[in-house]
Ligand binder design. Structure first.
Ligand code: HEC
Length: 145
């Protein structure tokens, strides 16, 4: 048998997981310049901004509705062209813009509309997105390759 000890097996699993992570995250994601929220939508303020605890519900929603494309940590999948939601090109947008993008989607590029979710759940999702681990230097790393 090739894989005999649990330690070797765990090591292999780890290597496989690391490999998948590297392939999966979509650090080279560029937002669609034609997908722009109208100014009044972009200016909307998150009504839950002062209720950080609501992000926990946002996380549950994210795992249920979004993780299949954006992965649990928000890093996205290259093969689905799904956004790495931790990138500054995404995080640099206003809460209102993210809310509008979640609501309307960009079906031509694979992002569905989530207008079927109650408005407060969409704001909860925005709140949760703000809690994703920031990824400041990914763009530079990508360029260096
Ligand atoms: C079927 C796959 C899929 C699902 C499910 C999905 N997304 Fe997306 N999402 C995408 C793709 C693909 C893009 C990139 C669209 C583009 O290129 O304009 C995207 C883009 C986004 C963006 C905008 C990034 C930018 O360019 O500014 C946000 C925000 C986002 N998704 C949030 C979510 C949230 C929150 C959910 C769950 C409620 C979700 N997505 C579910 C595929 C998906």
């Amino acid at each position: 048998m090739l894989v005999t000890t649990p330690r070797v097996f765990a090591g292999l699993l780890c290597a496989v997981a690391m490999c998948c992570t590297a392939l999966a995250q979509n650090a080279s994601y560029e937002p669609d310049t034609g997908w722009q929220a109208p100014a009044d939508a972009a200016a909307r303020v998150n009504p839950l901004a002062r209720k950080p605890a609501a992000a926990a519900g946002g996380k549950k929603l994210f795992l249920r509705e979004c993780a299949e494309c954006h992965r649990e940590d928000g890093s996205g999948l290259v093969k689905k062209h799904s956004a790495d939601l931790r990138l500054s090109v995404v995080q640099g947008q206003s809460d209102g813009t993210l809310f509008w993008k979640i609501t309307n989607g960009n079906p031509d590029r694979g992002m569905p509309s989530f207008s079927r979710l109650p408005e407060m759940q969409r704001w909860q999702l925005v709140l949760f997105l703000r809690q994703l681990a920031p990824l400041k230097d990914s763009r530079e790393k990508q360029d260096a390759k």
